[in-house]
Design a protein around this ligand. Structure first.
Ligand code: ZN
Length: 469
C-alpha cells in the first residue's frame, strides 16, 4: 500500500499538476475571508487528486470540539447536536450514528489528521472551493453572507438551473466510458457541437459556463484553465482537451481528438451532456429501454485514482468492483427483457453525482452499486445498503442472493445515507461483497469462481425483483 501511495503521489504531482514541485507546497485556507493558521508541517494538500485539509484547525475555527483517540485512530468532532467520527484509513465516517462514505480515507501527517475537503463542505454545511492556481482552499459558512465561494453545494443542481453569482453554469466534472463522453454541469446549458478536420475532432462549446472550483479536484486544470483527459482503450479517441475558451462570453470548450472522422449523437438534459460516439453511420442507436425493456444500471464503485479499499495483500477494491460489473453486464446482455448500462466499464473515475446523473438520464428502473468493504481485520461478510424506503424491497431481494451466492457471513440489510442510493430516484442499493481488510474474504473475492457465482446471484436478484422469468 505504501508503494502504491508513493506511485500515485508521483503521478499526481508530476503529471496531473505539473506546476507542483516536490518541495513543500504552501497552501492557504481562507475561512469567511480570513486565513486560518495551519500546522506548518501538515498543510492542506492534494493527495490522490483529492484536496485534503487539516481537520483540527478548521473544526476549532468553526467552534467544534475535536477529540483524538490514539488507541482506535478515531477523530471525533462535535458541536451542538452533531457528532462526527472518522477513523484514519477508513472511508466510512459516521455522522450522528449514520454511515457516510468519504471521498478518501483520513490520513495522519506529522501528527495532524487530514480529511477530504468535500466532507467538510457536506457535513459542516460550508461552501468549499479549491483554487489550483493560488493553491487556496476557500470555506464560506452559509450564514456569513460573504459568499465568495463559487462551488455549488454538492446536492444542488439535481433539477438543473443552478448558477454562480455571475450567472454562469458551472462545469463540475467529466468522464469517458463506453465511448461516451459525459459532462456534468450545475445547470442547463445549450452545447454547440461541431466537427473539424485536419486532424479530425469533435468540438463542444458550452456557452455561458465556467469551470467549478471543484472541477480541479477531479481533473487537472493548469493556471491558464487548460487541461486534458487521457483516454486509453478506445481506438477512435486519443484524448479529450478542455479549456476556458473565451472569457467574454465565458465559454468552456471540449475537444475530442479522433483517429478518424466519426459520427456522434448528443443528448442534453438535467445538467448532464452526453456525446455518444457509439453511433454507427447514419443509423442512430436505439435509446435504452426501448420496447418495454427494463433498464438496469450497474455501478462499479471507485476507479482510476480512487482505488477504494485496499486489501490486506494490496488488492484494490476498484478492480473487484469493475470485474464484478463486467461479469454482471455479460450475463444481463443475454436477457432479452433487460437493457444494462454501466456507469463505468474500465478504470476511469466518475464523481458520485455523475453516476447518479447517468442513472437518471437513462431512466433506470433499478440502480445497483457494487463495492467491497474495509474495516477491522476481524470484520467479514456481506451487507446491502439502501437509503430511501422505496429501495427496501430491492435491497431485501438483492441481499438474499448476495448472501447465498457469496457464501460469506450475513451482516444484514442496512440503511445509510450514501450519495448514490440517496440522490437517485429509482430503487437503488449498494452491495458490499465482502471485506478486503479480512484475509479470507479478500482471498475469496478475487477468485473467478466467487465472482462468477456472485454475478449470477446479482442477476437472479435483479430478475426476481423485476418479475422477469
Ligand atoms: Zn467502495
Amino acid at each position: 500500500m505504501k508503494k502504491f501511495g508513493f506511485l500515485v503521489l508521483l503521478f499526481v504531482f508530476g503529471l496531473v499538476f505539473p506546476g507542483y514541485s516536490h518541495a513543500a507546497v504552501d497552501t492557504k485556507i481562507i475561512l469567511d475571508g480570513k486565513e486560518i493558521v495551519q500546522p506548518s508541517d501538515a498543510k492542506a494538500e492534494i493527495i490522490n487528486s483529492k484536496v485534503m485539509v487539516p481537520i483540527r484547525v478548521i473544526s476549532e475555527s468553526l467552534g467544534y470540539g475535536v477529540e483524538w483517540k490514539q488507541s482506535t485512530s478515531t477523530v471525533t468532532i462535535s458541536k451542538d447536536n452533531t457528532a462526527m467520527q472518522m477513523i484514519v484509513g477508513q472511508k466510512t465516517a459516521t455522522v450522528n450514528g449514520s454511515n457516510v462514505n468519504l471521498d478518501a480515507p483520513p490520513l495522519v501527517k506529522n501528527g495532524t489528521t487530514l480529511v477530504p475537503l468535500r466532507f467538510i463542505g457536506e457535513q459542516m454545511g460550508l461552501k468549499v472551493g479549491w483554487n489550483n492556481t493560488t493553491k487556496t482552499v476557500t470555506l464560506v459558512t452559509q450564514n456569513s453572507g460573504s459568499g465568495n465561494g463559487t462551488t455549488t453545494p454538492p446536492n444542488s443542481g439535481n433539477n438543473g438551473g443552478s448558477t454562480n453569482e455571475e450567472g454562469l453554469v458551472l462545469v463540475n466534472g467529466i468522464s469517458f466510458s463506453d465511448n461516451r463522453f459525459f459532462i456534468a454541469t450545475s445547470g442547463e446549458t445549450k452545447p454547440n457541437v461541431f466537427t473539424m478536420t485536419g486532424p479530425d475532432r469533435i468540438v463542444i462549446d458550452l456557452p455561458n459556463t465556467a469551470f467549478a472550483d471543484s472541477f480541479s479536484e477531479g481533473q487537472a486544470l493548469d493556471s491558464n484553465q487548460n487541461g486534458q483527459l487521457v483516454v486509453s482503450g478506445y481506438p477512435d479517441v486519443s484524448k479529450i482537451r478542455y479549456s476556458l475558451y473565451s472569457n467574454s462570453p465565458s465559454t468552456v470548450r471540449f475537444v475530442i481528438d479522433l483517429s478518424s472522422a466519426k459520427g456522434y449523437d448528443v443528448q442534453n438534459d438535467s445538467g448532464l451532456i452526453m456525446v455518444d460516439l457509439n453511433k454507427q453511420g447514419a443509423t442512430p442507436t436505439p435509446p435504452v429501454g426501448d420496447n418495454g425493456k427494463k433498464v438496469v444500471v450497474i455501478d462499479a464503485g471507485h476507479g482510476d485514482h480512487d482505488p477504494g479499499a485496499i486489501g490486506v495483500t494490496g488488492k484494490r477494491e476498484k478492480d473487484f468492483n469493475l470485474a464484478m460489473a463486467l461479469k454482471v453486464e455479460a450475463l444481463l446482455k443475454k436477457e432479452s427483457k433487460i437493457d444494462v448500462v454501466l456507469t463505468r466499464s474500465d478504470d476511469t473515475f466518475l464523481a458520485l453525482s455523475e453516476r447518479v446523473k447517468i442513472a437518471e438520464k437513462v431512466n433506470a428502473d433499478i440502480f445497483i452499486s457494487i463495492h467491497a468493504n474495509s474495516g477491522p481485520a476481524a470484520a467479514n461478510g456481506v451487507e446491502t445498503f439502501y437509503t430511501r424506503s422505496t429501495s427496501k424491497e430491492l435491497a431485501t431481494i438483492m441481499h438474499k442472493y448476495l448472501l447465498q451466492s457469496s457464501g460469506l457471513k450475513d451482516r444484514g440489510v442496512k440503511t445509510a445515507s450514501l450519495h448514490v442510493t440517496r440522490e437517485t430516484t429509482m430503487p437503488a442499493v449498494l452491495l458490499e461483497g465482502g471485506f478486503l481488510s479480512n484475509k479470507s474474504d479478500e482471498a475469496a473475492l478475487f477468485t473467478e469462481s466467487f465472482q462468477n457465482s456472485v454475478a449470477k446471484g446479482i442477476v437472479a436478484g435483479i430478475k426476481e425483483y423485476l418479475g422477469i422469468k
